[in-house]
Design a protein around this ligand. Structure first.
Ligand code: GDP
Ligand code: MG
Length: 197
């Protein structure tokens, strides 16, 4: 099983035209609404506090490339759909990410994070509708599952699957940074996607 032994932030891309780092074995990227728990997830996977966990969401405006074991990148895409963001900023977000999706041929897989407590919200539907246009494999991570009652778990997962079915048939990984459920499966999925044992 893949293990993260070493990780470093090698590049932050703020604008179209900035160069991406050399491809290595590939990228797996992470995207989701701000506050969904993306930074916490990355820090959990890394076993280090490298990704910024912010009190005021929407602070990460760059595409951050974390080089894992000198082999491949885990890529933190800027948070989507935070409040108090202008139309211009939203357009910048969409252009920056589509530019990355279209040009980064070494991108193997995108993890889409959805809050397991709330299921797919309007913003997640917008995101999925937009993402599903790109010819990229997606895996869904349902975050904060520690906040979902045991008795509601099955229903929450089924509901997400049903809501997602209009976009595609995706693998869903229930996850919690508190209980660490899902960590192994996410790592395995990531390492497999880039072809690292
Ligand atoms: N209960 C619980 N809270 C979480 C979990 N993951 C993140 N959080 C909390 O959710 C908030 C947003 O997390 P953050 O990682 O900054 O979200 P981001 O905006 O998507 O990067 C923080 O207060 C975290 O402590 C989780 O698995 N369970
Ligand atoms: Mg964050």
């Amino acid at each position: 099983m893949g293990r993260i032994r070493k990780v470093e932030l090698v590049k932050a891309v703020y604008r179209i035209g900035d160069t991406f780092p050399e491809p290595k074995m590939g990228d797996v990227a992470f995207v989701g609404r701000s506050n969904v728990g993306k930074s916490t997830l990355l820090n959990t996977l890394f076993g280090r506090n490298l990704a910024h966990v912010s009190k005021n969401p929407g602070k990460t405006r760059s595409i951050n490339f974390y080089l894992v074991n000198s082999d491949f990148y885990m890529v933190d895409l800027p948070g989507y759909g935070y409040a108090r963001v202008s139309k211009v900023e939203r357009q910048h977000w969409a252009r920056l990410i589509s530019n990355y999706f279209e040009l980064r041929w070494s991108l193997k897989l995108v993890f889409v994070l959805i809050d397991g407590r709330h299921g797919l919200q309007k913003k997640d539907h917008e995101l999925m509708e937009w993402l599903s246009q790109f010819d990229i494999p997606f895996v869904i991570i349902l975050t904060k599952m520690d906040k979902v009652k045991k008795s509601e778990r099955g229903k929450a997962i089924e509901k997400a699957k049903k809501d997602l079915s209009v976009y595609g048939d995706y693998t869903i990984i229930p996850y919690s940074s508190v209980t660490r459920e899902g960590v192994e499966e996410i790592l395995k999925t990531a390492f497999t996607a880039v072809g690292v044992k």
